[in-house]
Design a protein around this ligand. Structure first.
Ligand code: C5P
Length: 248
């Protein structure tokens, strides 16, 4: 299909969040020029934010994008409270904290958002999608991976967060244990599950949709594609196809 036609018919509610894992503004804006806000939201993570600062967020928002500030705050409660306040003031659409920072820390993060004029979605990271059971054991977590994810998701739900970052493999289970409206934001998406890079719990976009995820975070499979625009449109179209995405 002609890309221009696709752009015009798409509503601006894409559930794809492209991870802008770049270290400079030029590369970001050159990528952004190839896509548009109907197709995706954008994620600014530690690398880009550290390299370019808040001005890159302002540029992306002015360009019409919803921005997810993925700084995964994890610190003492008062510091996270202040960091969340500062992030909300940037006008971002979504931000996140590590659920392993504990209840008090998440409560303070929630308080910061409740007090802000502009209220971004507040999401908690459960277990990173790069972690396996073995990695968890190395850091002293002896329960199973699923158990740890469920435990942290339940804490985030109790603290009133809007959802969690988790693997798409965990989305249905988390919603069953919390609420269907509790958002699942899922990295570890791969078009071809043979190429996982450094992710371990990976899922294709169609599988992710079958697992009822709310947002798919996709970085390298789009940003490093030969034609990022076509890849993005392909994923968008497949994720909208009700037949492909039906739960079996
Ligand atoms: O390139 P790739 O698709 O693996 O990018 C995934 C993005 O999602 C990265 O920016 C990474 O920092 C982020 N992320 C993740 N796992 C989490 C939370 C965020 O991979 N649990």
């Amino acid at each position: 299909m002609n890309p221009l036609i696709i752009d015009n018919i798409l509503p601006k509610n894409s559930n794809i969040i492209v991870a802008l894992d770049y270290d400079n503004e030029r590369d970001v804006m050159s990528f952004v020029a190839k896509i548009n806000p109907s197709l995706c939201k954008l994620k600014v993570g530690k690398e880009l934010f550290t390299a370019c600062g808040p001005k890159i967020i302002e540029k992306l928002i002015i360009s019409g994008y919803d921005v997810f500030l993925d700084l995964k705050f994890h610190d003492i409660p008062n510091t996270v409270y202040k960091a969340c306040k500062a992030a909300a003031n940037l006008g971002v659409w979504m931000l996140n904290v590590h659920t392993s920072g504990g209840i008090k820390m998440m409560d303070m993060a929630k308080q910061a958002i409740d007090e802000a004029t502009h209220k971004p979605l507040l999401i908690g990271v459960t277990v990173l999608t790069s972690m396996s059971k073995q990695y968890l054991q190395q850091i002293g977590v002896s329960c199973g991976l699923d158990e740890q994810v469920d435990h942290l998701a339940a804490l985030a739900y109790k603290c009133g967060l809007d959802g969690v970052v988790c693997s798409a493999l965990e989305s249905i289970r988390i919603k069953e244990h919390t609420s269907a409206n509790f958002l699942t934001v899922t990295p570890g998406i791969r078009l071809d599950t043979k190429n996982s890079d450094d992710q371990t719990r990976i899922v294709t976009p169609v599988e992710a949709m079958k697992n009822k995820v709310d947002y798919m975070v996709i970085g390298r499979p789009i940003t490093q594609a030969n034609n990022p625009y076509e890849t993005l449109v392909e994923i968008y179209s497949s994720s909208l196809n009700p037949v492909l995405c039906q739960t079996s």
